[in-house]
Design a protein around this ligand. Structure first.
Ligand code: ADP
Ligand code: MG
Length: 380
């Protein structure tokens, strides 16, 4: 049976103070997390308070492993294996812990991603491992292939992080396919048969992400990265093929970029950088304010990011938003804005559907037709 009207899951994670912040005497007087109630309260200077409630709220003590387990991501992986699409995206200002949550690697002197501490592994490597563990448990007559792609969107250009020839402008084009979905043309899709194969590609993509930028920190906080695992399951007994997609997204920092003193090309640049997030917020706001059955124009096509996330937000995928915030005073406005959009996203319903390869559908219809004709022959 198809599940209908599944809300986008929304959780909040508050990152801890970093050592340098503790040394400079930072304290948290503004954010109060109540994980049991699943609420977060934010206090302003005037001691006014705003309370938000989400599916889960994680405080600074939550480890990467506990986060993974509490989000029950093994259940999501099972859904993906069954043929459903799923998306997880991290949203929040720069420095709030999005990349730590999704990725969890450190970098050595040569900017090569290294894992110094297993415990720090982010959601992406854990999901990849979990996916292949589930594949191993599947019946022998189902053959799985996982195709991995990894792109970066920066200033409305799409770069293929798994193809060194495509990490410079102008980047790749977005196209529209027969299933009425946007896709990136000429993207490298690497077939993978183990978690290590995926993670090796992912690591080389991470390295390309950094070497492709003049200023690594600025570009990575202003660009969006999308790692996609396309899963194909072929049943050798029935010939049917199930395809599904797991999309893991580390968004650019959602902070308000000051436009003071920004003129000419600098202003154009900041508008372009913000276009995707601006459109994402418009998409979220429009969908959140739509009533059941109401048709409204949703501006997905206004940015490459929202075009690619169309099935994930208000579409046919399962979706989880991880809103990240930091306990510093300087993050106050951006934290509030993040929590406000997270609240809106939690009102959006998706309708997850099981993907069946179009060829499988045709085979099924032909079999039905053969049955019908056989029946008619018998009657004749
Ligand atoms: P973003 O990707 O949102 O810009 P980062 O993931 O780069 O933010 O995090 C900013 C800093 O905070 C990094 O030094 C990161 O290692 C650290 N950090 C973030 N979240 C945590 C956490 N939950 N525990 C420990 N350190 C964290
Ligand atoms: Mg980041």
């Amino acid at each position: 049976m198809e599940s209908k009207g599944t809300r986008i899951g929304v959780v909040v994670r508050v990152r801890p103070f970093l050592n340098k912040e503790l040394k400079s005497g930072c304290t948290n007087d503004r954010i109060e997390v109540n994980s049991d109630d699943k609420t977060i309260t934010v206090f302003s200077d005037q001691k006014q308070q705003k309370r938000f409630e989400f599916d889960e709220v994680f405080d600074e003590s939550i480890s990467q492993e506990v986060l993974y387990n509490q989000l029950k991501l093994d259940n999501l992986i099972k859904k993906v294996i069954e043929g459903y699409n799923a998306t997880i995206f991290a949203y929040g200002p720069t420095g709030s812990g999005k990349t730590y949550t999704m990725e969890g690697y450190d970098y050595d002197k040569n900017l090569k991603p290294v894992l110094r501490d297993e415990l720090k592994l982010g959601l992406i490597p854990r999901l990849v491992k979990n996916l292949f563990e589930e594949i191993k448990k599947a019946p022998k007559h189902i053959e799985y292939t996982v195709y991995c792609t990894y792109i970066q969107i920066y200033k409305e250009n799409i770069y293929d992080l798994l193809n060194p020839a495509q990490i410079k402008p102008p980047g790749l084009k977005l196209r529209w396919n027969q299933q009425e979905e946007f896709y990136v043309e000429n993207l490298f899709m690497h077939p993978c048969y183990s978690a290590n194969e995926v993670l090796n590609h992912y690591n080389s993509g991470l390295k390309n992400r950094i070497t492709s930028s003049h200023n690594a920190n600025t570009t990575s906080s202003r660009s969006h990265s999308l790692l996609t695992l396309n899963i194909e399951a072929m049943d050798s007994e029935t010939g049917s093929i199930l395809t599904s997609r797991l999309q893991l997204v580390d968004l650019a920092g959602s902070e308000k970029v000051s436009q003071t003193g920004n003129e000419g090309s600098a202003l154009k640049e900041s508008i372009e950088i913000n276009k995707a997030l601006f459109t994402l917020r418009q998409v979220i706001s429009t969908l959140a304010s739509m009533r059941d059955g109401e048709a409204s124009f949703v501006p997905y096509r206004d940015s490459k990011l929202t075009s690619l996330l169309k099935p994930s937000i208000g579409g046919n995928s399962y979706c989880l938003m991880i809103a990240c915030i930091a306990p510093l005073d300087s993050f106050f406005d951006d934290n509030l804005s993040t929590l406000a959009y997270a609240t809106k996203a939690a009102c959006i319903s998706n309708e997850p559907i099981k993907n069946i390869d179009p060829k499988t559908k045709v085979i099924k219809e032909l079999r039905k037709e053969v049955k019908r004709l056989n029946f008619e022959l018998k009657l004749a």
